[in-house]
Design a protein around this ligand. Structure first.
Ligand code: FES
Ligand code: FES
Length: 155
């Protein structure tokens, strides 16, 4: 099997895996980073979202063969102490119910705020529109996202 260096949360790993293995399974099964969630496996629910060079991507749709020379951030790497402005806003608005969709939502929002520091409510809704929350926490997510934008969530 091929070996490939991949940088994840600032740390370089040399990983051996089948080229067709989705990044989602590299993270969860080979590296034990279970914060990235499996939902549909088909690119439609958003629960597996991670950042690739700062931009949100679906890790279930990214093969190991596509990961070379790229840098990834998972929910575990967003901040060392779990106190990124987006995470603080999430706590302040008590967003999570079961929490399953939240890593993907948070990283999608991080990607949005990096490109647009003060998005409108409609722009937040558009960015998160293809993320599924089975608990229906969308109103709290929107409130927290607006709060995060005000508190420097794009950093
Ligand atoms: S598990 Fe990747 S989009 Fe649903
Ligand atoms: S909080 Fe349960 S799926 Fe979103």
């Amino acid at each position: 099997m091929p070996q490939r260096p991949v940088t994840i949360n600032g740390k370089r790993h040399v990983i051996e895996a089948d080229d067709a293995m989705p990044l989602l399974w590299v993270l969860r099964d080979l590296l034990g980073m279970t914060g990235t969630k499996y939902g549909c496996g088909a690119g439609v629910c958003g629960s597996c979202t991670v950042l690739e060079n700062g931009r949100a991507i679906r890790s279930c749709q990214t093969n190991f063969s596509d990961t070379g020379d790229k840098s990834y951030t998972t929910i575990e790497g967003l901040s060392a102490a779990g106190d990124h402005p987006i995470q603080k806003a999430w706590l302040a608005e008590d967003v999570a119910q079961c929490g399953y969709c939240q890593p993907g939502m948070i990283l999608e929002l991080r990607s949005l705020l990096r490109s647009k520091a003060s998005p409108s409510s409609a722009e937040i809704d558009a960015a998160l529109s293809d993320h599924v929350c089975r608990c229906g926490s969308y109103p709290r997510i929107r409130k927290a996202a607006l709060l995060a934008a005000k508190s420097g969530g794009g950093r």
